[in-house]
Design a protein around this ligand. Structure first.
Ligand code: CMP
Length: 140
């Protein structure tokens, strides 16, 4: 089925000037960008986004990293978009990511791992509405 998923190009990949190369991978895989914006997240916005990780030992570093520079937040649409995006990204830890995946090619550490993608339909719905109003999404 056609799905939507939230993708974030993280501060490390933005700093590497890899925005275009990463979005090209989504497009070449048949995913369409139906919403996009560049933002420098506040601590509050980043902490709220990752609220499910609040009790994890890496939470403080995660919020610190995600607020260290601008990110590019997008909604990707396509057949099986959630799983497709996760396949393109590779494992959370770049050291375990399959060759040719975004994290294998653009990231070195689990903290600065280039991209985020929603992990389920429920999180996709929450994450998309956390960043975008309906009037900011352009179905096509
Ligand atoms: P992301 O998919 O954005 O979701 C939470 C992020 O926390 C994850 O990517 C990693 O960048 C970061 N993180 C740091 N340490 C860990 C860990 N041990 N397990 C999972 N995620 C981690």
């Amino acid at each position: 089925a056609t799905e939507r998923t939230l993708s974030i190009i993280k501060p490390d990949a933005v700093a590497k000037n890899a925005i275009g190369e990463i979005i090209a991978r989504f497009e070449k895989a048949g995913l369409k960008v139906v919403a996009a914006k560049m933002v420098h997240l506040s601590e509050e916005k980043a902490g709220g986004f990752y609220a499910e990780h609040k009790e994890r030992p890496f939470f403080k570093d995660l919020v610190g990293f995600m607020t260290s520079g601008p990110v590019v937040v997008q909604v990707l649409e396509g057949e099986g978009a959630i799983a497709k995006n996760r396949d393109l990204m590779g494992a959370t830890n770049p050291k375990e990511a399959a060759p040719g995946t975004i994290r294998a090619d653009f990231a070195e550490t689990i903290d600065a791992n280039a991209v985020h993608g929603s992990d389920s339909p429920e999180s996709a719905e929450r994450e998309i509405s956390y960043f975008f109003g309906n009037d900011e999404i352009c179905p096509r």
